[in-house]
Write a protein that binds this ligand. Sequence first.
Ligand SMILES: Nc1ncnc2c1ncn2[C@@H]1O[C@H](COP(=O)(O)OP(=O)(O)OP(=O)(O)O)[C@@H](O)[C@H]1O
Ligand SMILES: [Mg+2]
Length: 138
Amino acid sequence: MKLPVKSLDELKHAAEQLVAFGGSEKIFLFYGDMGAGKTTLIKSLCENLGVNEPATSPTFSIVNEYQGTLSKIYHFDFYRLKNQSEALDLGYEEYFYSGNYCFIEWPEKIPDLLPDHYIRVDVEVVSDNERLLTFTKI
Ligand SMILES: Nc1ncnc2c1ncn2[C@@H]1O[C@H](COP(=O)(O)OP(=O)(O)OP(=O)(O)O)[C@@H](O)[C@H]1O
Ligand SMILES: [Mg+2]
């Protein structure tokens, strides 16, 4: 499914669409260049799921945990991962298979550890405030 997002204001709608597209799938992998808007979209998703605190980029830790209305949310940013064994060390499987939402930035860093099924989200920059989102069920 392709979803054009014309401005930051439309992200709320995009987040609703993405959660609906996911259905019972709780694991979402986000692909896109640096600064494409992965964290910004995840922030909007967290708001949609009832998180009160702001979802900031997990700069200091690989995984941040938030409390939504119905479930916990784990937000991963693997950008700074040096190798895949670091993901093993942080116990990524416990998070992935917990049944809670998992939003994962830079899944390219863990090519051998990807779950069997997930929603792939591609974020492409169209112009300053415009993005093209593509949702795919894997
Ligand atoms: N429609 C839009 N959707 C998402 N971000 C947008 C949009 N329009 C403008 N932006 C801006 O683009 C920037 C996206 O930054 P963000 O940190 O979300 O990127 P990122 O993909 O997470 O990058 P990184 O790979 O470094 O983590 C923000 O400054 C945000 O305000
Ligand atoms: Mg980010």
